[in-house]
Every structure is written in structure tokens, then in C-alpha cells.
Design a protein around this ligand. Sequence first.
Ligand SMILES: C[S@@+](CC[C@H](N)C(=O)[O-])C[C@H]1O[C@@H](n2cnc3c(N)ncnc32)[C@H](O)[C@@H]1O
Length: 228
Amino acid sequence: MPDLFEDVARRWKDRSGRRAAGRIDDGAVRAAYARWAPVYDRVFGAALDAGRRAAVATINALPAGRVLECGVGTGLSLAAYRRDHRITGIDLSPDMLDVARRRVSEGALDHVEALEEADAGDLSFETGRFDASVAMFVMTVVPDPKAVMAELVRVTRPGGRVVIVSHFAADRGWRKWIEDAAAPFASALGWHSDFPIARILGRDELRLVEQRRVGPIGFFTLIVFERL
Ligand SMILES: C[S@@+](CC[C@H](N)C(=O)[O-])C[C@H]1O[C@@H](n2cnc3c(N)ncnc32)[C@H](O)[C@@H]1O
């Protein structure tokens, strides 16, 4: 825990270099989340909950089906899915997955079919396997967001839903001010706080169904696509 605080404090002091510090690869993601896993729920549980609830509500409004949660982390959303959905979670971090597996067994979450270590940008699932796929607070963390979007599209069946919750960069105003203040925390999590929403919009295989701000101050955005 003190390590984490020191890391955030260091990034705070070095705010001018934060964009470079935010550049990450798979190894860096695993190392960062090995340190976050024991305290992740306490630090980011409630803080990100509004976004998770919005995404899961979107999934729960769909007919029962197979759902892929990419970057499932410690599994904070798993108990909230309707029990007639069948959930597969994947994550790059074995340490985050250990917490998720404990949560599934302690909570008897039988609707969770599998929790697997995998790279969201290079999935082994067959094309069109899932009725819906969801990524919550993942797109700004992954080394290659374009590859992740391509995989979410590939593994979701035509007519299915792709649901994203994320923070996207504000150009100006008070959101930009909060973004700058929170940048050392974001950077310690491996988040790209300057991630533009345009990077996930405009794909030919996806029709935008919904886009709205979520959470008490609308800091995060929920985006729902239909897979064409
Ligand atoms: C900020 S956490 C979000 C966790 C969870 N979705 C939540 O709502 O709390 C980001 C998660 O994405 C995972 N991740 C990062 N890069 C990934 C990748 N390429 N493939 C799969 N998971 C990845 C991290 O290990 C971490 O668990």
C-alpha cells in the first residue's frame, strides 16, 4: 500500500511528464495490477460504481445470453448481472483474476461460466460467440485500444451489443480541470487520461445506439453499439 501512495505522489510531483509515464505494455499492466489487486476494491470500488451499474443495466435489459466482460478485474460487476445471463470474464492480470475467482466462489455466482487470463486485443474465442461484450474502464488502460475494439466486434454476434464505459479526454472546462488533478492517479493505474472518444467511434461494423455521461458529475461515458 505505501508503495502505491509513493507511486501516486511521485507522479503528482512529475505531472509534466505524465503523458509519457502513461505509456504501457502488457508487462507493465500485469505489474501495476499485481500491486493494485489487494486494494483495488477499496480504492476504485465505489468510485467507479456508477459506470459499472450503467453498463450492467444495459446488459440486463437484453434477453438472456452469453456475455463477455473484457478486463473483468476483481469481478466487481459479476454479482449484478441477471442470473440467466452466462458470463465469461477475461483479464490480463492473474492477480486481479484471483480476487475475482474468490468473489465468484464466495458469492456462489453460478452464472459466471469462466474467468480466464487473456489479452483483450487477442482473444481465442470464435467469431460471433457472444450476444454482448462489455469493457468497463479498460479502453484507456490497454496498450492497443484499436485491437481491443476489433476483438470486441469480432466475438460479438451480428445484432448483439458492444458496451463501453470509460473516461474520455475533455478539451476544456471543469472536467478538464478535474482530469488534470486526477492525472497522477490515472497514470498510476496505467490510464491514458488524454484518450479521445474518436478512437472507438466510427467503425463500419457498429451502429451507435446510445452515448451518455454517467456518474454524479458525468465524468465517465457509457457507449452502446449494435454489432451490424
Ligand atoms: C481499471 S481496471 C477495471 C477493472 C473492472 N472492469 C472494473 O470495473 O473495476 C482495468 C482492468 O483491465 C485489465 N487489462 C488491462 N489491459 C488488458 C488487456 N490487454 N487485456 C485484458 N485485460 C486488460 C487490467 O488488468 C485491469 O484489471
